[in-house]
Design a protein around this ligand. Structure first.
Ligand SMILES: [Zn+2]
Ligand SMILES: [Zn+2]
Length: 764
């Protein structure tokens, strides 16, 4: 085991550490200390992996760390306190795998592979993170990511202030809002200055807050104009049930009391901080769901849920505590577990200190490339961005303040800026995957592409109730509908684009069996079962992906879409698939009552049917070779494509909603005899040179010999359908997967038509 040069410097005492803090470290932790040598190494290679840091301990008490801490090691103390802190607790609530490992007794955990990593996030600015990998044999790798940030190393970047709304922050925010008001005309679109929500919380009186009814205060703030007074809106997480139960709520019983005064005593911290922030920004009112919607009153809830696009869309600003994990967590005081180390260069200057702060794990979305900017880090390390309901609250807002663990950020439809930085970043559709605030450039031909990004991002969110998945998107659907009034919203998709939007695939296999899936679709089952939506809808499915379509066909416009480019996240122009169905009819279930109301139109999904006339083929299983599993995107957990050949010649790629390749040998092949392949659309295929390297159609020798694309051929896309089990539903089908067939591999549109006949099918 090697010892780094820094090892001999510790513990630092007296004159050896004139400006640094005192730390004592055990022999193991001495290896973690960063010196000039490592900084230089990182400047060259981007990272420095620490040799020899290794230790085994057991949950839930971590006795080895405890013993070392009692013997004086400050880092072992920090690490143990962090593992036992509520920070990790909350992660555990969201990711059961971690809760089990950290909390259940007797798990042996191996702490190893510590390292520093340096990433550039902006011109001349660096993000330095420190990681320790904690491995548990039974569940695979997990990471704990305490991190620190440096600017122009080795001079430390100023650590985040503990007060998230100090006077400089207040000034920063007021200036950002003024700039938005003065120069961003497009940020005002959709904000109705005359609108006020049904109820608001009045914070003007320093000593008391109370609920007010919107109609009683119209014009009351500013008699000289016709505009209503300003109000803020809050977008936050209620948190785990035990915390949500302690939430302060307006009910039918206490609304009279709340209109007189809302008791501050016992008010959850997130509400207190929101009220304080509203006052300090000089805004007289704030809209908070738990107080402004009568909780437990279904009629009031439905009415208010249907007007969320107005509530958030017309708010003066939306406050967003990304670091609050539940309503019990305030957001104006930052206090994550941290430890300070001294820093010395070899000749004594510069000298100073650096801090390692715990930031939350990035396990969520870990397969995405995320820029190392404090804005992105604050988002993905918090709970807010994982929750379903907060998605449209951001998407509908015209501008937001985000209170993050490392900084406070301002984000409007035109640009975003982080406190302490001078660069304003203009926002584009590219950012929708990370943060859903709709950019002002959203219009016309970009709507379809944006909607697919929204679905991909939204379907990764968590819901306490699966049935909320459509309700929490209703306001956003309403906003889109206002931009395309002739279109219809069909259970999470748009009628005019169904030939493409029906082609969603699941980017992760979730371990549900095919047979179980059919059972869940039985309409006779009680309400509480998982799936209520039609099988062709992505609503209530998770991790939806459309990217594979774009990867399979040529864009219809030049590659340069005018965006400044964010690597993997950039939106190329829509591939513009051609609708190949002959007739497509969308049917709502027959029912009495007003079906055109906002609530029904955007929150309805049960019982919807599609009747499609088009080219249909039986799946030629009898002639097909054993399928091959392909990992086209080379990402963990996304290897859900199977490639089919017939007598060695390429036929198509398939992606099953509920089949894992590992279970192929156990699958009842008889069921495949009933499968139908329905052609939905086609697109101009890339020639072999243009297909991405990871694409199996070009990488495994199945392209045609000269690699040419026949002019009349196209890549074909469609659905796999399976007949419903019930006799009374004769002729009705469930969606069970998607298929696409590359023309340049000598599958494609023309080849498919050789197998197909025209049929009419009903999808349920
Ligand atoms: Zn130690
Ligand atoms: Zn703006």
């Amino acid at each position: 085991m090697g010892t780094t040069t820094s090892g001999c410097c510790f513990p630092l005492r007296g004159s050896q550490a004139p400006t640094g803090p005192e730390v004592q470290l055990c022999e193991n932790c001495k290896r973690l200390v960063l010196t000039e040598k490592e900084v230089i190494h990182m400047a060259r290679t981007g990272m420095w992996e620490i040799e020899g840091y290794e230790m085994t301990d057991s949950s839930p008490d971590f006795p080895k760390l405890k013993e070392s801490a009692e013997n004086g090691c400050d880092f072992c103390l920090f690490l143990r306190n962090t593992l036992l802190s509520p920070e990790v607790d909350f992660d555990a609530d969201e990711i059961p795998r971690i809760r089990k490992t950290y909390r259940d007794a007797g798990h042996q955990l191996l702490f190893h592979r510590a390292g520093y990593r340096m990433s550039i996030y902006d011109e001349g600015k660096l993000w330095l993170s420190f990681e320790i990998w904690i491995v548990h044999d039974a569940t695979g790798d997990m990471e704990l990511l305490p991190s620190l940030s440096l600017q122009d190393p080795p001079k430390p970047r100023v650590a985040p202030s503990q007060n998230a709304l100090q006077s400089t922050t207040n000034l920063f925010l007021r200036q950002a809002i003024e700039r938005c008001d003065a120069y961003h005309d497009k940020c005002k679109v959709g904000r109705d200055p005359a609108f006020l929500p049904t109820r608001l919380v009045d914070v003007r009186d320093e000593n008391a807050v109370r609920l007010v009814e919107g109609f009683t205060i119209v014009g009351g703030d500013d008699a000289s104009s016709s505009s209503a007074p300003k109000y803020a809106a809050l977008s936050y997480c209620w948190g785990p049930r035990a915390h949500a139960d302690q939430q302060l709520k307006t009910t039918d019983e206490n609304i009279g009391q709340h209109l007189f005064e809302i008791p501050m005593k016992g008010m959850p911290a997130v509400l207190k901080d929101a009220i304080r922030a509203t006052r300090e920004l000089g805004i007289p009112f704030i809209w908070i769901d738990c107080l402004c919607i009568i909780q437990g009153n279904l009629q009031d809830w439905e009415k208010e849920a249907g007007s969320m696009h107005k509530v958030y869309g017309s708010a003066y600003i939306t406050l967003c505590p990304t670091m609050s994990k539940s309503c019990l967590n305030g957001f104006l005081f930052r206090d994550p577990p941290s430890i300070v180390f001294p820093y010395h260069s070899l000749n004594g200057q510069p000298a100073g200190m650096y801090r390692i702060r715990f930031t939350r794990s990035w396990i969520w979305k870990m397969y995405l490339t995320v820029p190392h900017h404090p804005f992105a880090v604050d988002l993905i390390s918090g709970s807010w961005v994982r929750r379903g309901w907060t998605f449209q609250e951001a998407a509908l807002s015209s501008r937001m303040v985000l209170f993050g663990a490392s900084a406070t950020h301002f984000h409007c439809r035109t640009s975003r800026v982080t406190e302490g930085e001078d660069t304003e970043t203009s926002v584009s559709l590219d950012d929708l995957g990370l943060f859903p605030l709709l950019p002002s450039t959203l219009s016309g031909d970009k709507l379809d592409e944006a909607w697919k990004h929204i679905v991909a991002s939204y379907s990764q969110r968590n819901f306490t109730k699966h049935t909320d998945a459509i309700a929490a998107l209703a306001g956003l659907a309403h906003r889109f509908h206002s931009l395309r009034e002739k279109d219809e919203y069909c259970s999470g998709m748009w009628l005019s684009q169904l030939h493409e939007q029906l082609l969603w695939r699941r980017a992760m296999y979730e371990g549900i069996s095919w047979g179980w899936f059919f059972n869940l679709l039985d309409p006779e089952l009680p309400e509480r079962v998982l799936l209520h939506a039609p099988s062709w809808s992505w609503i209530q499915r998770i991790n939806i992906d459309y990217q594979y379509i774009r990867d399979s066909v040529l864009p219809t416009e030049p590659e340069d879409d005018g965006s400044d480019g964010h690597g993997d996240m950039s939106i190329t122009p829509s591939p513009g698939l051609t609708d190949e169905t002959l007739r497509l009819e969308w049917r709502l279930p027959g029912k009495s009552g007003d079906e055109s109301s906002v609530v029904d139109r955007f929150m309805q999904f049960r019982g919807q049917e599609l009747e499609i006339t088009g080219f249909v083929a039986r799946f030629p299983l009898a002639n097909a070779d054993k399928p091959l599993e392909v990992d086209e995107l080379r990402e963990a957990d996304t290897n859900l494509f199977w490639k089919w050949t017939i007598s060695g010649q390429y036929f198509c790629h398939t992606n099953w909603d509920f089949l894992s390749y590992t279970s192929w040998d156990r699958i009842d092949k008889g069921e495949f005899q009933h499968l139908r392949m329905l052609l939905l659309s086609s697109g101009r295929g890339k020639s072999s040179g243009e297909v991405s390297p990871g694409n199996a159609a070009s990488s495994d020798g199945n392209i045609s010999e000269n690699g040419d694309v026949e002019e009349d051929d196209r890549t074909a896309f469609g659905l796999f359908l399976f007949p419903t089990i019930k006799e009374s539903e004769n002729g009705k089908f469930y969606r069970v997967g998607t298929w696409h067939s590359f023309c340049n591999g000598k599958g494609g549109f023309v080849r498919f038509l050789q197998y197909a006949t025209v049929e009419s099918l009903v999808l349920v």
